[in-house]
Ligand binder design. Structure first.
Ligand SMILES: [Zn+2]
Length: 160
């Protein structure tokens, strides 16, 4: 048995790496699951709702990637030069950038109302290109920061 092990070790460290990586990733996943995600049955109804909401949100996030108006916005922002594009013009700051984010002009979850219903959320998320804008990462970050500030402010006001 030990000879067998020695033999395997002699195959060189390279062949061990995937095994170690695999074992480590399985270990991490197991630890992760134990730490962060207790079984659904052990959760309170509120916690279960929160988990379900997260799962549906992430599914809708993936569906959003396939929403055709996204491409319309990207085409709208594309700077075509010699029939080649690759650069975009940000619709807010008008700078030329290499990466453009498709953003909802009116946030899917309005800071003033918070999450109301799935119908509201889906209807405000999956909108046509006229309700979307192509913006650069800098503008996107600033806009998100401002929306989050408004959300915190609304939360504070509601608590009072
Ligand atoms: Zn910009």
């Amino acid at each position: 048995m030990s000879a067998h092990r020695g033999e395997r070790r002699n195959n060189g460290p390279v062949s061990c790496i995937p095994h170690i990586l695999f074992r480590n990733s399985v270990f991490c996943v197991v630890v992760d699951t134990m730490k962060k995600k207790p079984p659904l049955a052990s959760l309170t109804p509120e916690e279960r709702d929160a988990r379900l909401k997260k799962i549906i949100m992430s599914g809708l996030g993936k569906a959003w990637m396939f929403w055709p108006p996204r491409n319309e916005v990207k085409r709208r922002c594309a700077i075509v030069f010699n029939n080649e594009s690759g650069w975009f013009r940000c619709e807010l700051c008008k700078r030329e950038v290499q990466k453009i984010d498709v953003d909802h002009i009116i946030p899917c979850i309005k800071p003033s109302d918070g999450f109301t219903s799935w119908d509201d959320f889906i209807n405000s998320r999956f909108v046509l290109a006229d309700k979307l804008q192509g913006i650069c990462t800098t503008c996107h970050k600033l806009k998100t920061k401002e929306e989050n500030r408004q959300r915190r402010e609304m939360k504070r006001v509601r608590k009072m």
